[in-house]
Design a protein around this ligand. Sequence first.
Ligand code: SF4
Length: 417
Amino acid sequence: MTEPLPAGLAPWAWQKAAHLLVPPPAAPGRTPDLAHLLEAIGAAHADGLAPHGYAPRDLAPLGLALLGHLPTEGDDEQLRLAADALRAEIAGATVTYVVNRNLNVSNHCVKHCSFCAFRRDAGDQGAYWLSEAELEARAAEAQQLGATELCVQGGLNPAATINGSQLAYAERLLEILQRAAPGIHLHAFSPQELLYFAQEDGLELDVVLKRLRAVGLASIPGTAAEVLSEPVRRILCPEKLSARAWVAVMLQVHRCGLAATSTLMAGHIESPADLVAHLLTLVALQCHAWQNQQAGFSEFVLLPFVGAAAPAALRSRVSRDQPERAAMLRLTAQARILLGPWFRNHQPSWVKLTLAGATEALRWGCNDLGGTLMEEHITTMAGATGGTFQSPQALEAAARSLGRPVRRRTTLYGVGP
Ligand code: SF4
């Protein structure tokens, strides 16, 4: 059945999204050995960078052969070396990180994603909503501690309105933060939150983006992507925006001049075909952004699923509380290879993998350690064991333990202070 155009989205973006969204591919034919596979993907990427190169979906059979490849111990090392070499070629030796603070404004949320341990209804035990004074204090403190970025996300809180407007509340939020920490980079609102503001207020998404930019919105976190495969989303997050809608929101975000990050939540019910669909959809979006002289995505972040405190139905289906480290490192390398020249910056999540796991991921294709965060609620409430704060010294020591140079960066990978 054809999905109708969701309210708020531009028809052009909705049409384009149908074209860019890569469906999960069918099983590959004969799988070549890993060395030939890596060579074929490298050659295809070289082709793709040419003016009339491939459509990213053409890579799906090779992608599925790579992600569906049943590894031996030797294969894993070959994969790691290939990803590490590609990282060195594309991003160099230097490990980067940003001094930032996470602000999860409220966990009140109208949706019920099957993996989410963060959401609450107002009045539930554990429900919270930061006041203006708390937001101001945390933003000012972050800047005093050297933060150059505030990463602002939260649940879809139906009561977060001013005169009945979600957008007016979001504008006020950015104004408060900007006043408390002048000049700080506001990296805020997932595609789901942006579309929620538009739909609740009966506005076009372009209007929402324009107004938020006017009050300091500088880039968008590419969360709420989970896995960009409709069959998986029907189980993980049936109430959330569809994969096609996520792509359409990103097309509008990119066109309005904002950069975004990209994420993948993996290690639950998804198949290799779903992962290939997700990764190649990101390539398709990046390719489209670059062809149109837009900033596109600044980085790719792999978010391993943490199930320890997830709702029971999904938890029992996945039957694993913490991410399987070996599988996540393999996927880190596979993502570096399949995203190829389209994504310079790859980041592991130390919240989900621990800092030791994230440091290991720097040997599997990653070049960035993310942010200091200072606080984190979404994954910590899901039972993650990686902690909620890393000092700049700890992140620098992690990079240096591998003999790699390290530097502080800005949100969009400029040279940090
Ligand atoms: S993942 Fe986000 S949208 Fe889904 S229930 Fe949790 S807070 Fe709400």
